[in-house]
Design a protein around this ligand. Structure first.
Ligand code: ZN
Length: 601
């Protein structure tokens, strides 16, 4: 068999120093001088991350010996003209324990291709071969990845083994993260497709069977949503199986989607333990995260905005549609838990009310639309600061409420015949299925109004103008009521408020955010101020602030002592009514299930 033109060898070289040693061999380099490039960002996480800054050393060799290289920008190297094959040896520092980067120590190795695989410019569509080498310092390590093995070659890796893997092009190569080590794992099938759950990190008595049983139901329900006729899993166009790569830490949380896998990070306390009937409260959070990333296998990995088809990995790719790709995904992640039967309706309503609490808490929703928030994700949503709650709206959470509002509106106006599911299926038919098989077409920026009308017969252009392009809140209460669900809201507690977000700090309580138009804002306080006393009573932490405020009524005037930098200042504030609302959703008594059938299910 002909050798691939682009070949990578990955050595786990220095576990104590966290270094990978990579050799890239380009069989037919550009005769004018080969350009090499590392992505500036990783798809799914919309921030310039400059992965190239972790490349420590780089040397190139051609047929005639050493080849001169120089950097031409932050992510790019230019090699002098040389006869092939061209070999590039480089080291990558890997000490970023996140779902986005690369990590390596004596216990395991994890990497995303964006951190370790230099692209040979001009040959991005060439097939790639990857040789993974076993570590010198440990035995018994296994490889967990959705990257297909290089079957048919003598050096092909055995299942979970070291040796050769392959990718059809560079885009695929960097879309299959790799975990190497001795993690706990379990496989399950959903509609005949193999899924693997992998857990790295200490977690004694982890209840793998329970997680696999719940994950199987969630994956099956999602496959049925998109492919009710064939029940074909989406990732079979790219891999033999889907892999959930989960890193367990003390208090981590995060996920990043890929075409046939996902990298997750979760807190140990959110995972179920063998021999205990009740799962921890946070287990729903983990299942919601798993459901979210799996839903992306359709929505954003294959159904994509046109701006991502293809990605330009050198610079930000702007789209006004992340409210569809993240917002709709955030709506369906919890809804699929309900449909799969892993949570009941009251539990689902609780998750939904939490989303309402979050969206309505921040005044930024009245200044920025979700379309604008999508477009500016790179410089605003991904670069949040103390003022973000006053200035931004989340295309995740408000996007989820928009999806709920659309779903209810479509169900009502079509007499229960259509729903948002029909929109997802039309998106899948038109843009998603076949994306990796020669139909790489993205969703145009202005496609949604016509597409929703085509899928459902319902014209929602006014709704989208008000709630997507405009900043109006989605009026859920009346449409939920007509679907048999009562939505109510009340203050979290009766305590008067300064309307601030705080964080603990030595010597007092640090103001993390001062909400606009609240008592603290009107009094002149600022994020970053260290609150030390109210009316002469010392404030040491959030609990002492609460105890002190409990002595007052809304409208009372108080004197606040704060340190701004190292200067003691005092301010007069008039305490306000509780600002944070708690929402509640309940199915109305007396409504039969049949009457309530327009509610999302
Ligand atoms: Zn997402």
């Amino acid at each position: 068999m002909k050798d691939e033109l682009i070949r990578y060898r990955v050595q786990l070289a220095d576990p104590a120093g966290h270094r990978y040693a990579i050799r890239l061999t380009i069989a037919q380099p550009d005769p004018a001088g080969q350009t090499l490039r590392l992505p500036a960002w990783i798809p799914g996480s919309y921030l310039i991350r400059d992965f190239a800054r972790q490349i420590e050393t780089l040397q190139a060799h051609g047929a005639g010996g050493a080849v001169e290289t120089r950097k031409t920008d932050s992510h790019t190297w230019q090699c002098a003209p040389a006869d092939g094959p061209l070999t590039i040896d480089y080291t990558v520092y890997a000490w970023d324990l996140s779902v986005r980067g690369a990590h390596f120590d004596e216990s395991h190795a994890f990497f995303n291709g964006c951190s370790v695989f230099l692209a040979a410019a001009g040959q991005e569509s060439a097939p790639c071969l990857v040789e993974l080498c076993p570590p010198d310092h440990a035995t018994g390590w296994r490889v967990h990845t959705s990257l297909p093995r290089a079957t048919g070659r003598p050096d092909c890796a055995a299942p979970h083994g070291f040796g050769c893997y392959r990718a059809p092009d560079y885009d695929a190569l960097i879309d299959h993260p790799v975990e190497i080590g001795t993690p706990q794992s379990i496989t399950f099938e959903a509609h005949g497709a193999v899924h693997e759950l992998v857990f790295t990190g200490l977690a004694p008595r982890l209840d793998l069977e329970r997680i696999a049983a719940d994950a199987r139901k969630i994956c099956a329900a999602q496959i049925e949503l998109f492919e009710p006729r064939t029940a074909r899993a989406p990732f079979l166009d790219s891999a033999e199986r889907y892999v959930f790569l989960t890193t367990i830490t003390g208090d981590g949380y995060g996920g990043l989607e890929h075409r046939a896998s996902t990298a997750l990070m979760i807190s140990r306390r959110d995972l179920p333990v063998r021999g205990r009937d009740a799962a921890p409260e946070g287990y729903e959070t983990f299942l919601g995260l798993l459901s979210h990333e799996y839903f992306h296998t359709w929505n954003v990995k294959r159904i994509k905005p046109a701006a991502f088809a293809p990605y330009d990995l050198r610079r930000p790719n702007h789209t006004r549609l992340l409210w569809v790709f993240e917002g709709f995904t955030s709506y369906y992640d919890d809804l699929m838990l309900l449909r799969a039967g892993v949570i009941d309706e009251p539990a689902y309503f609780k998750l939904l009310s939490r989303t309402l609490d979050q969206v309505l808490r921040s005044g930024g929703r009245l200044k920025q639309s979700v379309a604008e928030s999508s477009f500016d994700a790179w410089t605003r949503y991904y670069k949040q600061d103390e003022n973000s709650p006053n200035a931004l709206v989340s295309y995740y959470t408000k996007g989820a409420l928009i999806a709920l509002g659309l779903d209810l509106e479509i169900r009502e106006r079509s007499g229960g015949a259509r729903s948002l599911d029909d929109v997802m299926r039309l998106l899948w038919d038109r843009y998603g299925r076949g994306f990796f098989q020669g139909r790489p077409k993205g969703v145009p920026e202005d496609a949604l109004p016509a597409l929703i009308r085509e899928a459902t017969g319902v014209d929602v252009s006014g709704f989208l103008a008000r709630h997507v392009e405009g900043c109006e809140d989605v009026p859920l209460k009346p449409v939920l009521a007509r679907a048999g669900i009562a939505l109510s809201a009340g203050p979290e507690n009766p305590r008067p408020t300064l309307d601030v977000r705080t964080r603990p700090d030595a010597g007092g309580l640090r103001l993390a955010t001062v909400y606009e138009h609240g008592p603290a804002h009107r009094a002149g306080l600022s994020a970053g101020d260290l609150l030390i006393a109210i009316d002469g009573l010392r404030i040491t932490d959030a609990a002492s602030l609460d105890r002190t405020l409990d002595q007052y009524q809304p409208g009372d005037r108080v004197t606040l002592h704060v340190f701004r930098r190292d200067e003691l200042r005092h301010y007069r504030a008039r305490l306000g009514r509780p600002a944070a609302l708690k929402h509640r959703l309940e199915r109305r008594a007396g409504r039969s299930a049949a009457q309530g059938k327009k509610a999302p299910s």
